[in-house]
Design a protein around this ligand. Structure first.
Ligand code: UDP
Ligand code: MG
Length: 315
């Protein structure tokens, strides 16, 4: 019998977990598949771990991996993938925003053999602040233009993949992980399953606007070198402009003599160019910081507690 692994990153999800567990179990009871639920406790500050221990005690399908601190959702997904044993492996949020009821349909699509992965995308963003949706749409437009990551607007991390695809994702050992980009980068045939946005069942989102903005910047920097070339483009533009201005000034001097003027405009130009240089330096700094983190080869995650013996505890 085919086995399905669900990887569930959990950060402060004590309210959502019981609801989620009940729903998923109900879905699998109607399916003829072996399954395992891999809950990754990402350093929660509430009683998520206690809740997971209790669930694991009464259900053999449950594996929990509890991190030594908060490593972030990307690290939680990575840890789940490294330890998943299924033929099909899915990432799913614990808050019911990724409806488990879609799973049977996703499995069916993979079983046809025409696809290696079924990904989901939200076709509505109801219940989300308008301004946030607008920024999200601009982000998808931009990143698709300047990178080869191929990210669909409204794409969720929620997807079911064949084992081969997950193995290639695990092989991408980069420290700065941006899953939406990684999923697209490894290739394979992906089916996009649209669905209506669902609001959180319980608890609250861990994403403030600032956090989302940083996430977007990270995504761009991890998958595109275009920002780096901004400096050269500005440089070229400035050179051409200043050359034209030089000609203008020489000609004006020859025709009208030399009235002492233009102090203000000189200062403006100096400040403007200074700002541009700082901006470009900042962009380079972002890339250097990423490179610095990568070269340290720190582990992606550290597991402090689990209910299984054969897990990879540090990777
Ligand atoms: N999550 C995590 N580590 C974090 C933040 C979030 O494992 O540092 C998990 C969280 O428990 C949830 C999923 O990632 O299962 C998505 O988080 P959330 O619902 O807050 O994001 P949103 O759905 O609003 O994008
Ligand atoms: Mg959510």
């Amino acid at each position: 019998m085919q086995k399905i692994s669900l990887v569930i990153p959990c950060y402060n999800e004590q309210e959502a977990l019981p609801i989620f567990y009940q729903e998923v179990t109900a879905v699998f009871s109607r399916l003829d598949y072996e399954y395992e639920l891999i809950f990754v406790n990402d350093g929660s500050k509430d009683d998520t771990l206690i809740c997971l221990r209790e669930l694991a005690d009464k259900d053999r399908h449950i594996t929990y991996l509890s991190f030594s601190k908060n490593f972030g959702k990307e690290a939680a997904i990575y840890a789940g993938f490294c330890n998943a044993k299924g033929d099909y492996i899915a990432v799913i949020d614990a808050d019911m925003q990724d409806p488990p009821s879609l799973l049977p349909q996703m499995i069916e699509i993979l079983e046809t053999g025409d696809y290696d992965s079924v990904a989901t995308r939200r076709v509505s963003r109801e219940g989300e602040p308008k301004i946030r949706s607008w920024f999200a749409r601009q982000f998808y437009k931009l990143i698709n233009q300047i990178s080869d990551a191929d990210i669909v607007d409204g794409a969720r991390d929620y997807r079911l993949m064949k084992r081969e695809m997950v193995e290639s994702i695990v092989a991408m050992g980069e420290y700065n992980r941006f899953s939406k980009g990684i999923f697209g980068w490894v290739g394979f045939r992906t089916y996009w399953l649209p669905y209506q946005n669902v609001e959180r069942a319980a608890g609250e989102t861990k994403w403030s606007f600032g956090k989302l903005f940083r996430y977007a910047v990270d995504g761009i920097i991890n998958f595109s070198h275009v920002p780096l070339s901004i400096a050269s483009w500005f440089g070229m533009l400035m050179t051409v402009c200043s050359f034209l201005m030089l000609i203008f000034i020489v000609v004006r001097r020859l025709i009208f003599g030399d009235p002492v003027a233009g102090w203000a405009s000189t200062i403006c130009i100096i400040v403007f160019i200074g700002g541009l240089q700082m901006f470009c330096l900042g962009i380079m700094g972002q890339y250097i910081a990423k490179t610095y983190m990568e070269t340290k080869h720190r582990p992606h995650y550290i597991i402090a507690e689990t209910n299984r013996e054969d897990v990879i505890k540090i990777k």
